[in-house]
Design a protein around this ligand. Structure first.
Ligand code: ARG
Length: 576
C-alpha cells in the first residue's frame, strides 16, 4: 500500500471540510528522524485561503482526523505542520502483507493505461552517441517500472532512418562497395563512413548530384535504391543491437518503428491540418502558426510541416507518429525521451496535434527531457583526439574496470569474473545515470560510478550480496521466509520496516513523475537502514523467535533491493 497517499487521503477529507473547499494535505516523509515518520504540510496554505490561524486549523484537524490505529502520535510543529508517527502494530500488519505479496505491496492501478515509451531512437545514418545512451537507459527503466506497476507498455524505437542524408550514404555505399548487391556488407566504423561521405559530398559536385539522385530514387521507390537503403539500415541497426545487448535493455527489433514507417501518412497529415484550417503558407513552406509560440514582438515561430520543395520534416513525422500511437496503438500516455534541447520541438508538435484534434483530451503527451552527459572536467564528451566516443567502447571499458575491481576484492571469483564484470560494470554505467535527476547534466566518471562506497551500483550490489551471504551462513533458503509475518521491536527494525514499506510510494512516484533517481535514492536509503539494523540487531546469533523474525526482515530487504534494481535494469549477484 502507498502509505503516503493513504495518509494524504485520510487527512485531505477533514482538512477540506474545515477549510470549506477541497485542499490537499501535502504529506511527505519526514526529513528528520525523531520528528515522526511523515509530515503533513497542507494546513498552512489551507488556513491562508480559509482566513484562519494555521495553528487553530491544525488543532481542529487533529481533533477530527481519523487516523486511529494508523498513527500512534500526531503533533503540531511550528506554525502548523503536523508530524505523524505511525502505529507499530499497524506497520507490522502492513509489512506482513508486503512480505506475502509477489508485488511487494505496490497496488495495481485502478485503471491500467496503455503507455507508449519512445526511447533510444538513434539516427541510423551515424553511430549511436552518448545522448542516445541516456535515452536508452532512462527509457528502459521507465518502461520496466510502468510495466511492473501494471500498465500496458508499448516500446517504440523511433529511429532516424529517413531523410536526405541517406542519399549521400547510399551513393557512397555504391561507390565504395561496387559489389554491395552480393550482400554481407559490414561497415566497421559508421561514423567514419558518414564523415567520408559528407566530405565527398561537399567537395565533389558530381558525387553530390549522385547523392541527390539517390534521394529521389529512394523516395520514388526505386527497388535498387530501396535494397541498398535496407542493407545500410540493417548494418547500422547491427551496431545498435550490439549496444542494446551489452546494456541488457528490453528493446527488440520488433520495437523499431522508425521515421520511414510514417512516410505514406505524411501527405495525409498535411492535408488534414489544411482541412482543420490550420495551414498557412510562409515563404512557400506549409506551416502551422500557434499564437502561444509568439515572442514578445508577436512574431510566431511556426511548426513547419512541408518545405517549399515538397519535403517533409521531423515535426511532420512526429505528428503522424502521434496519430499512430493514439489511433492504432490506443496509447493513453506517450513518453518521449530525448535531451532537453528538443523541448520546444515537442511543445510545438503537441500543441499542433491538440489544435488539430489528433489527441483526445484525456491522452497525455509528455516530453521526458534529460541533461547532457559530460566528460570529466566538465567538457563535451569526446575522445582524446576530439572524435565521437563509441558507446560500445565505453561499455567495454566499464566492464574491464569492473572486472579488476571485483577480482581485487574477491580473487576467488575468477570463474564467474566475466559475468560479474558485466553485471557490475554495466550496472555502474546505468546507475550513475539513473541516480541523477535526469534534468541535470552529469559528469561521466568511471572512478565514481565504480566506487564501492556511496550511491553507486557496486555499493548496492554489494549490499545485496551481503544479505545473501547471511542466508548462506544461516543455512536457510531466503525463499522460505516469503509471506512470514514480521515484528518490529527494536528502533532499527522499525526504521528498516518503514523504509521497506515506502517501496510502493517510491515506485508509484517514479512511474508518475518519470524520475528513476527517486528509486535510486530510495534503494540507497534502504541499504542505509539495513546497515543500521544489521549493526545493532544480531541476526544469526539471536534466539528464536527473534532470529527467524530478523531473517524474515533480511529476506524482504533482499527481495526489495533486487526488485528495485531490476526495475532500473540492473542485475544482482549472490556473491561479490
Ligand atoms: N532520432 C531523434 C534524435 O536522434 C530522436 C527521436 C525521438 N522521438 C521522436 N518521436 N521524435 O534526436
Amino acid at each position: 500500500m502507498n502509505i503516503r497517499r493513504y495518509i494524504e487521503e485520510r487527512l485531505a477529507e477533514p482538512l477540506s471540510k474545515l477549510a470549506g473547499r477541497s485542499v490537499p494535505a501535502i504529506v511527505a516523509p519526514s526529513a528528520r528522524a525523531g520528528f515522526g515518520d511523515y509530515q503533513a504540510n497542507g494546513v498552512m496554505p489551507a488556513a491562508k485561503s480559509a482566513g484562519t490561524s494555521p495553528r487553530k486549523l491544525a488543532e481542529q484537524l487533529l481533533a477530527t482526523a481519523n487516523l486511529a490505529g494508523v498513527a500512534e502520535k500526531l503533533d503540531i510543529a511550528g506554525p502548523g505542520f503536523i508530524n505523524i508517527r505511525l502505529d507499530r502494530a499497524w506497520l507490522q500488519q502492513q509489512l506482513s502483507a508486503m512480505a506475502a505479496d509477489e508485488h511487494l505491496g505496490v497496488d495495481r492501478p485502478v485503471q491500467p493505461q496503455t503507455v507508449v515509451v519512445d526511447y533510444s531512437a538513434p539516427n541510423l545514418a551515424k553511430e549511436m552517441h552518448v545522448g542516445h545512451l541516456r535515452s536508452t537507459i532512462i527509457g528502459d527503466a521507465l518502461a520496466r517500472t510502468l510495466g511492473f506497476v501494471g500498465h500496458k507498455v508499448i516500446r517504440q524505437n523511433h529511429v532516424g532512418d529517413w531523410g536526405t542524408q541517406f542519399g549521400m550514404l547510399l551513393a557512397y555505399l555504391k561507390l565504395q562497395r561496387p559489389d554491395w548487391q552480393s550482400g554481407g556488407i559490414h561497415i566497421a566504423d559508421l561514423e567514419d563512413f558518414y564523415r567520408q561521405a559528407k566530405q565527398l559530398f561537399d567537395a565533389d559536385p558530381a558525387f553530390a548530384d549522385a547523392a541527390r539522385a539517390e534521394v529521389v530514387a529512394l523516395q520514388g521507390g526505386n527497388p535498387d535504391s530501396r535494397r541498398a537503403w535496407e542493407m545500410f539500415l540493417d548494418e547500422s541497426m547491427e551496431h545498435c543491437r550490439a549496444v542494446y545487448k551489452t546494456l541488457g535493455v528490453l528493446l527488440a527489433d520488433s520495437d523499431v518503428h522508425g521515421e520511414s514507417a510514417y512516410n505514406d501518412d505524411l501527405a495525409n497529415v498535411v492535408a488534414d491540418l489544411d482541412k482543420a484550417g490550420l495551414l498557412k503558407e510562409s515563404q512557400g513552406a506549409k506551416c502551422v502558426f500557434l499564437p502561444e509560440f509568439a515572442d514578445k514582438d508577436g512574431d510566431i515561430t511556426p511548426v513547419i510541416v512541408q518545405k517549399s520543395d515538397g519535403g517533409y520534416l521531423y515535426a511532420t513525422t512526429d505528428l503522424a507518429a502521434i496519430r499512430y500511437r493514439v489511433g492504432t496503438l490506443k496509447a493513453q500516455r506517450v513518453l518521449y525521451l530525448t535531451d532537453g534541447g528538443q523541448a520546444l520541438h515537442f511543445r510545438m508538435v503537441f500543441a499542433a496535434a491538440r489544435q488539430a484534434g489528433m489527441v483526445p483530451e484525456d491522452v497525455r503527451l509528455e516530453h521526458v527531457p534529460f541533461g547532457v552527459m559530460l566528460a570529466e572536467g566538465g567538457g563535451k564528451f569526446r575522445t582524446r583526439t576530439g572524435g565521437t566516443v563509441k558507446l560500445i567502447d565505453l561499455l567495454d571499458e566499464a566492464q574491464k574496470r569492473a572486472r579488476a575491481i571485483v577480482l581485487a576484492k574477491n580473487p576467488e571469483l575468477t570463474a564467474e569474473a566475466d559475468e560479474v564484470a558485466q553485471i557490475v560494470g554495466i550496472g555502474a554505467v546505468k546507475y550513475a545515470d539513473l541516480s541523477q535527476n535526469r534534468n541535470s547534466d552529469y559528469v561521466f566518471s568511471f572512478e565514481k560510478m565504480l566506487a564501492m562506497e556511496g550511491n553507486t551500483a557496486p555499493y548496492m550490489q554489494y549490499a545485496y550480496a551481503r544479505i545473501s551471504s547471511i542466508f548462506r551462513k544461516a543455512g536457510v533458503a531466503r525463499e522460505s521466509f516469503f509471506g512470514r509475518a514480521v515484528e518490529l521491536a527494536q528502533p532499527e527494525e522499525r526504521a528498516l520496516g518503514l523504509k521497506l514499506l515506502q517501496f510502493a510510494e517510491t515506485i508509484q512516484a517514479v512511474a508518475s513523475e518519470c524520475l528513476p533517481n527517486l528509486l535510486c535514492a530510495y534503494l540507497y536509503d534502504l541499504a542505509g537502514a539495513f546497515t543500521g539494523f544489521y549493526e545493532n540487531c544480531p541476526v544469526i546469533q539471536a534466539d528464536e523467535p527473534t532470529r527467524t523474525n530478523r531473517l524474515a526482515l533480511c529476506a524482504l530487504t533482499a527481495r526489495t533491493m533486487q526488485k528495485g534494481l531490476s526495475l532500473l535494469g540492473i542485475r544482482t549477484i549472490e556473491q561479490m
